[in-house]
Design a protein around this ligand. Structure first.
Ligand code: ZN
Length: 335
């Protein structure tokens, strides 16, 4: 009975288009501005959080494994110390807090229950995409080019992954120019199950620093930093893996934060409509490993130890993600 209820709830959560299906019993749902919201009390029950506490506008959901911090009126959530950026603000009706069903089903659920992700699949192949190259240097500072650092980190990651038994496909192995579509074509030519990781460094204002990780915006969610446009409603190839994408991003972002510790700043996991994320038919993410335009980070990015930390972070993440999405009746996951 309980198992059956769980299956029903999982179906409801993941079936984003089934708006007319009657919600499963036990879920406290409200419509706000035409959108479905789910109460945090329901989330607490369904995911077996032992406590939901509120102090002022701060909310805390916790159990022995997960600590989730949210703010009423805020778009950010910290799960075990990793920052996620919601599409819609956490809101209230009366004294009860609500989260949009979109953020619950597309962000929270795949992170809390990665083994429920249907399209993830077991994999041994990792596609590494060193951004830019050739006539396109990417971000540039007085010590180097982004294209060069991207390739360096990708190369280190490749060696480490191969040592762990993974097969690695690189979209480029040298300083050469590739269009975004050529990168997508190379990735999609990989027929077996694989994951795709695009490696970049950032550029911004003088004070901008830290790491951020992007996954493809689900249909109905805009590109980070701009308003919704009509084309955002369309599903792209990469949306087939919405849940796997966010689980992979969580794994990579969390592992990078752990490896870099005090040498970085958490800018969060964000949604974007970058071409590579839209077109690749494998679970895909794009990581930004620091700012070329920040004085201290520019020096770190040029440093071997920092590059190694990034490469090791990616490897930690691939192993952790593979284990998390693997069907639990197999024991083939590398440790
Ligand atoms: Zn770049």
């Amino acid at each position: 009975m309980f198992r059956c209820l769980l299956a029903t709830l999982a179906l409801w959560l993941t079936a984003g288009r089934m708006l007319h299906a009657s919600p499963a019993a036990g879920w406290d749902i409200a419509k706000i501005e035409g959108r479905d919201y789910v109460s945090l009390d329901s989330i607490k029950r369904f995911y077996n959080f032992s406590n939901l506490t509120r102090s002022g506008n701060s909310l805390l959901l916790e159990n022995p494994k997960v600590e989730m911090k949210l703010k009423i009126g805020g778009c950010e959530c910290l799960m075990n110390g990793v920052k996620f950026v919601f599409t819609h603000k956490v809101t209230t009706i009366g004294d009860k807090a609500y989260l949009s069903r979109m953020d619950l089903s597309k962000l929270i659920d795949p992170v809390l229950r990665p083994n429920f992700i249907k399209a993830a699949g077991d994999f041994r192949t990792v596609i590494l995409d060193a951004g830019h190259g050739g006539k396109d240097p990417g971000a540039v500072n007085s010590i180097g080019t982004e294209a060069f650092y991207n390739l360096k980190v990708a190369g280190r990651t490749k060696s480490l992954l191969e040592a762990k038994g993974f097969k690695v496909v690189m979209t480029r192995n040298s300083d050469r120019y590739l269009t975004l579509q050529e990168r997508v074509n190379l990735a999609n030519a990989v027929r077996e199950n694989a994951i795709f990781i695009s490696i970049h460094f950032n550029a911004g204002g003088r004070d901008a620093r830290g790491i951020e990780t992007f996954t493809l915006s689900p249909p109905g969610v805009s590109h980070y930093g701009r308003g919704l446009i009509a084309a955002d409603a369309q599903a792209r190839t990469g949306n087939h893996h919405d849940s796997a994408n966010i689980a992979l991003a969580t794994s990579v972002h969390g592992s990078l934060l752990r490896r870099l510790q005090k040498h970085t700043f958490d800018r969060g996991i964000k949604r974007a409509r970058f071409s590579v994320l839209s077109g690749v038919r494998h679970p895909a993410i794009l990581m930004e490993g620091g700012f070329m335009t920040h004085q201290n980070e520019a020096r770190l990015i040029d440093n071997d130890a920092y590059q190694n930390a990034l490469a090791n972070g990616i490897v930690d993440a691939v192993i952790k993600y593979r284990y998390a999405v693997a069907p639990k009746n197999t024991s083939s996951a590398p440790r």
